[in-house]
Design a protein around this ligand. Structure first.
Ligand SMILES: [Zn+2]
Length: 125
């Protein structure tokens, strides 16, 4: 009798949320992924061996391991943002307009300088 068994990893994307990355320090979309490891028999996962949570920064690509509480908090926050589409989107506005500067006048030019007529070419004898 044959027994086909092995380890199976199931990866599931839980949420994507905007947060400040702990690695690059910039606000970027963080993808929260749950990876659960299973003992599988005949390619069917039967016994859970463990679950890990990861957060991947879409800006710098750094993946960080987070614990279950952190993942739950981030998923809840992402769901709250997703559940409120009427939240006012505040576009970025500069507090003061940039000071207007006049462009300096272009230097007057007669045209390209004349080429010297008797310049010896190194390619011709
Ligand atoms: Zn980052």
């Amino acid at each position: 009798m044959f027994l086909i068994f092995g380890i199976k990893r199931l990866k599931r994307r839980l949420a994507t949320m905007l947060a400040v990355c702990g690695h690059c320090g910039r606000p970027a979309a963080q993808v929260i992924v749950r990876v659960s490891t299973w003992f599988s028999l005949f390619f069917i996962p039967v016994i859970p061996l463990g679950t890990k949570y990861f957060s991947t920064c879409t800006l710098c690509g750094q993946t960080m391991k987070i614990d279950k509480d952190q993942a739950t908090q981030m998923v809840t926050a992402a769901q709250q943002v997703a559940a409120d589409p009427d939240a006012p989107a505040v576009p970025y506005q500069a507090s003061q307009p940039l000071p207007y500067q006049e462009a300096p006048p272009a230097p007057y030019q007669d045209g390209p300088p004349p080429l010297p007529e008797s310049s010896p070419s190194p390619l011709e004898p």
